[in-house]
Design a protein around this ligand. Sequence first.
Ligand code: SF4
Length: 455
Amino acid sequence: MSEGRIIRVDMTDQSVSIDPFPEEWHLLGGRALSAKILLAECDATCDPLGPDNVLVVAPGALAGTSAPTSGRISIGGKSPLTGGIKEANAGGNPGQDLMKLGYRAIIVKGQPGDRDKRWALDVTEEGATLKDATEYKGLWNYALIGELAKTYSATASFISIGPAGELELLGASVACTDQEKERHPVRHAGRGGLGAVMGSKCLKYVSVDAAKKPARAPADREAFIAATRTTSKAYLEGPRPMQHGTSTSVGMAQILNTFPYKNRIEGQSPDAETLDGHRIIESFETRGGGMHNCQTGCIVKCSNVVHDEDGNYKTSALEFETLTLLGSNCGLASWEDVADLDRLCDDIGLDTIETGAAIGVYMDSGAMEFGDAEGAKHLMREIAEGSDVGRTIGNGAVATGKRQKHHRVPTVRGQAIPAWDPRPLKATGITYATSPMGADHTAGLVINPGLQPDE
Ligand code: SF4
């Protein structure tokens, strides 16, 4: 394998350098690499939105190779939401493209003196350059990518923030474009407010253009191909549990009492049938859309593409977590309303879990009726506009609970609890209680399918 390189960006003086990748990190990628870099280079006591925080972009160690489903990308930093170390990861193509170019990580430090300007980092085989991107200030993610598509090569992929990140809201996400030719900005590193960290550095987007660069060459080609063939065959000939995506987990979650309803007052929703991802699968026949791979080289294809009733693209991917937090947790009954909210979250650049939890707390406090889908959509637009209530919701469940002086705020270390509920799933509860990342199901998730609702 290539020894690789690291791109270092100092936003204080807008300097960029490219360093060799340290030998001792050779086998690390993604979350492990992000954690190593943060422990080595980030002051744990720093202001998460100040110049001393470090934003890390680190693809998985096998990204850019022909290994299937190996190209996810990790975004790391000190979380402004939890105050601790944080990693959130996403699909899409930037991870694959960075590694094809031999870049093992991007490390962004510092903060520009002029916070009104915006910057973009262009990454190609020739190197990396920072340039003024103030003309894109305030653009929502879809509009941003639409504009960038006019000037960048069709082979470029993008990492970006929407208005929530620019407003440094604590529920802000980092978007990565998927592998479709439209390059939808729909794969989000959602948790922990890392979009706010990117926003605090005034970095609006990163472009990665691998052009026609081939997959990375393995050191032992024959052994590598044999291993990837065995893995792919085993998966494709197996039960393929994710072939219809995470959205079809609703039924199982309902049985297990982990489909939280109305700010987690109940563990089951009376609307599980109409929120179940199988309704989305059924819609493909008449509306189009379908299952796809969000990044090149993925054989799992768990990502759904959702169309509206006129057959036009609406959003991707509408996941179980989103159907739960923005759906049943807010008392909504229609997956179509959740699809609208998912689209708004992707476009504004928000974590659907944190935002759904915040709206659930807001509704539970009496400020809005549970089930008010149009009210929830209006709140989302308020977040993008940065209104007083919008900023509160955009800052997450704890901020919303404080504003509303509400007692029921389901969070751990300042971060909203995901769909998987720690009461029936006690081992998962231990993860939430002990992980330095707070309530995060990606830090360890144990589901016991044998568990019955009354156990
Ligand atoms: S389609 Fe699913 S499994 Fe494949 S890369 Fe995207 S999120 Fe991962």
